[in-house]
Design a protein around this ligand. Structure first.
Ligand code: MN
Length: 337
């Protein structure tokens, strides 16, 4: 990080900034020219308050040579993180396939879908018990009952369960029941929730917010990691753009970008990105081709009567053929499904 001071800065002020930075544990290198005065900071600058520096009236500019996230940064951790959940891996050479209905509706529904997707090669069962819906009048999920039904499906199939927890108050209560806790797009910057999740050791599936930048997504991961939980999986699920034919615009370029910036596994949710069932297959293929570590796909046995997101859910038969077609693409990436 480089602090650019204006020429009128009194020496007393310069000394005060330099001392303050040294106290924060960074090395300070000064460079003084006729028209400039630069203070270069070397080391871990993640704890430096940028706003506070900018608030100083002698500071003309702040230049960053390093990202503000440290624990999520590949620079400090060059090897890919691989997260093992009951034997199912996320990251590394294995493509994680998380599939299931948008919301848990009944024991029959969730158990049947779990059995079908497992046969086709899914490695995780996804299903919503607590549903964050845009309208307060839409189905809000079966809540605690939904979680119990997910546990029954796990018992029957052995598939680890991925489900969303929406509030910091619920983390402690449900953390033992769930294998991977999902943080939904709308909660990506719910910092109280992120801090609470940081205190657990549970793998966290962190979805990118509707209008969040890649850096903001990585900063949210940093929140969880700074609390002591380094088991974070990032998820690209489409961002909001001016295009309204699709539900969101899948940002495929985010995957290689995040893989370059971070060691954390990245998965893609083509279902919520597209919002249309027939787009799931091409987008899933593209995601694997650009280096995604896994997929999160909505599968429903009766999409026409689904209580949530039926329009973007695929049937188990289609899911089976999709997985088959993905295997060849995975091979090209030296990965397997
Ligand atoms: Mn959904």
């Amino acid at each position: 990080m480089i602090i650019v001071l204006n020429q009128q800065t009194p020496q007393k002020e310069i000394d005060s900034i330099v001392n303050k930075m040294k106290q924060l544990g960074v090395q300070v290198h000064e460079s003084v020219g006729e028209t400039y005065h630069l203070i270069g900071l070397v080391g871990d600058t993640s704890r430096i308050d940028r706003e506070q520096i900018r608030a100083n009236r002698y500071v003309d500019n702040l230049i960053f040579v390093q990202q503000p996230y440290k624990l999520a940064n590949r620079l400090f951790n060059p090897d890919d993180t691989v997260i093992d959940v009951r034997g199912s891996k996320i990251g590394g050479g294995q493509i994680a396939i998380m599939a299931g209905p948008c919301s848990v509706e009944s024991e029959d529904q969730i158990v049947n879908i779990a059995e079908e997707i497992k046969k086709s090669g899914a490695t995780f069962l996804r299903g919503g018990a607590f549903k964050p819906r845009t309208s307060p009048y839409s189905f809000q999920g079966l809540r605690e009952e939904g979680l119990e039904l997910l546990k029954i499906a796990r018992e029957k199939t052995g598939l680890p369960i991925v489900t969303e927890i929406m509030s910091a108050d619920y983390v402690e209560k449900f953390v033992e029941d769930v294998d991977v806790i999902q943080v939904g797009a709308r909660n990506m910057q719910n910092f109280e929730l992120l801090k609470e999740l940081g205190k657990t050791k549970k793998p966290i599936l962190l979805k990118r917010g509707l209008s969040a930048t890649i850096e903001e997504l990585l900063m949210s991961a940093e929140y969880i990691m700074a609390g002591g939980n380094e088991n974070v999986i990032l998820c690209e699920r489409g961002i909001r753009t001016f295009e309204n034919y699709t539900r969101n615009t899948l940002d495929l370029s985010a995957i290689p970008v995040i893989k370059k910036l971070s060691h954390l596994p990245v998965i893609v949710d083509p279902s919520h990105a597209a919002g249309l069932w027939w787009l799931v297959e091409p987008l899933a293929k593209a995601s694997i081709a650009v280096g995604a570590d896994g997929l999160l796909i909505e599968v429903h046995n009766d999409p026409e009567n689904a209580r949530c997101d039926g329009q973007q859910s695929i049937k188990p038969e289609r899911f089976e053929s999709l997985i088959k077609s993905l295997r060849d693409i995975a091979k090209l990436e030296n990965k397997s499904i």
